[in-house]
Design a protein around this ligand. Structure first.
Ligand SMILES: [Zn+2]
Ligand SMILES: [Zn+2]
Length: 430
């Protein structure tokens, strides 16, 4: 078939196809008609279906689709799941980064407000996400911990949640105290679940480590070493972390003004994440700060883009990653220009769902697509029977108000029993 003839055939098939599609839509059978179109296209044009609509998983995809891409045994994959600020916005949750290693280990660094839904969008079974490292106890760095912890029990996590966090200048300002109070605060939530479901995922294993630890090891398992070192932010008790595995080094900076520990211990990092706050002029223009507030917050409690650049020019990582600002079409160029005054190396100004594939040979930066219609992944372990001794009974008063509608609910039980070969009795029917 010559080219002109082929184009004519394809054009006529497309027109015929469009008519079929319109007709198909009218009687609700568009799916069948669309099939006909692609078959007709392939037959009439002598092109295989593959040539018309290439399918199959491609190497080196430009977009990351969570749950579809294996991690190489030597690779470290980092996903930005919260890059924003305490002020909530749909496109940026507060601080959270997921680190996945080729050995199967997974780590969460901070779990700020709004980040849980992004964690969930990774489609990773919750039993794998049992390790959370908190840089400091600001709500934008651990505000979604309760949701991840207790919500996780209904999302099939059957392993205890392990949490590492710094001590504070007093006992009441440390992670142990915060976690104890969190468990008290959620007594009602725990009371509703503990005697009803397999509640192993509701257990917490807390490790508080000294905030002043000077590059001290706080985790060492499975070839992975995580160290903490101090950060300078608000009051004592903010830290940064390094994670080393397989000859690769990842640095996660909690909120901080530029500090000597980060500059020393992040040296030689493959990926160095550090806060890069909104440029002080934008804190005035966009956030309504007074100039004095903007300068104090933007350069003393936090790190301005110019200071971030200076830090990175001293650290010289293979890739510098800035986060913790509203990363928009009009703010990003200002941040980038400011960073470039003091740093000329590889740079990513992180947005939520940015993905970094780190190997010794390459660091690949992509954006992720995500599925908004997430359901919890299936449990990895057999579920245990609930510990009914923890059950908190309802009072007769509340139960007396229950409209049981057995004539409606019994058929639901019958249908479920028939489908699954079970014999579950409707409560009160025996
Ligand atoms: Zn903070
Ligand atoms: Zn923060």
């Amino acid at each position: 078939m010559n080219m002109t003839k082929r184009i004519l055939v394809i054009t006529s098939v497309v027109i015929a196809g469009s008519m079929l599609y319109l007709w198909g839509n009218k009687d609700g059978s568009e799916g069948r008609q669309l099939n006909l179109i692609s078959e007709a296209n392939a037959a009439e044009s002598s092109l295989s279906t593959e040539q018309i609509s290439p399918v199959g998983i491609k190497e080196n995809r430009k977009v990351y689709y969570p749950g579809t891409e294996a991690i190489h045994p030597d690779e470290m994959r980092i996903v930005a799941l919260g890059t924003g600020m305490p002020s909530p916005r749909p496109k940026q949750a507060a601080a959270c980064f997921l680190v996945e290693l080729g050995n199967g280990d997974k780590f969460l660094f901070d779990i700020g407000a709004g980040s849980h839904e992004r964690i969930s969008a990774q489609k990773i079974p919750y039993d794998y996400m049992d390790k959370v490292f908190i840089s400091h106890l600001h709500v934008d760095h651990y505000g979604d911990l309760p949701s991840f912890w207790l919500g996780g029990t209904t999302m099939n996590r059957l392993t205890p949640l392990r949490i590492w966090g710094p001590s504070g200048p007093t006992k009441e300002l440390g992670t142990d105290y915060a976690m104890e109070m969190m468990q008290n605060m959620y007594a009602w939530d725990i009371g509703t679940r503990a005697g009803v479901i397999d509640f192993r995922g509701g257990q917490l294993e807390i490790t508080e480590f000294p905030y002043a630890g000077d590059n001290e090891i706080i985790f060492e398992e499975n070839g992975v070493v995580i160290r903490s070192f101090p950060a300078i932010h608000a009051i004592d008790g903010s830290v940064s972390f390094s994670l080393e595995w397989n000859g690769l080094k990842f640095i996660y900076g909690g909120d901080t003004a530029p500090n000597k520990w980060y500059i020393e211990y992040a040296k030689g990092a493959d990926l160095a994440i550090h806060e890069c706050f909104l440029e002080p002029s934008l804190l005035v223009a966009k956030q309504g700060f007074s100039p004095a507030e903007a300068l104090l917050v933007g350069t003393q409690a936090h790190t301005s883009p110019q200071q971030f650049g200076k830090v990175m020019s001293l650290v010289r990582p293979r890739m510098a990653v800035g986060y913790h600002f509203q990363n928009d079409f009009d703010t990003e160029p200002i941040a980038r220009e400011a960073v470039r005054k003091t740093y000329d190396g590889p740079l990513a100004l992180a947005k939520d769902y940015m993905v970094f594939n780190v190997t010794k040979e390459d660091i690949r930066v992509r954006m992720s697509s995500f599925d908004e219609d997430i359901f919890p992944p299936a449990p990895l372990k057999e579920k245990n029977a609930p510990n009914t001794s923890l059950l908190i009974p309802m009072t007769d008063f509340i139960l007396s108000g229950h409209e049981a509608f057995p004539e409606i609910v019994q058929p639901i039980y019958d249908e479920m029993n028939k489908k699954h070969g079970t014999n579950i009795k409707l409560p009160g029917s025996e």
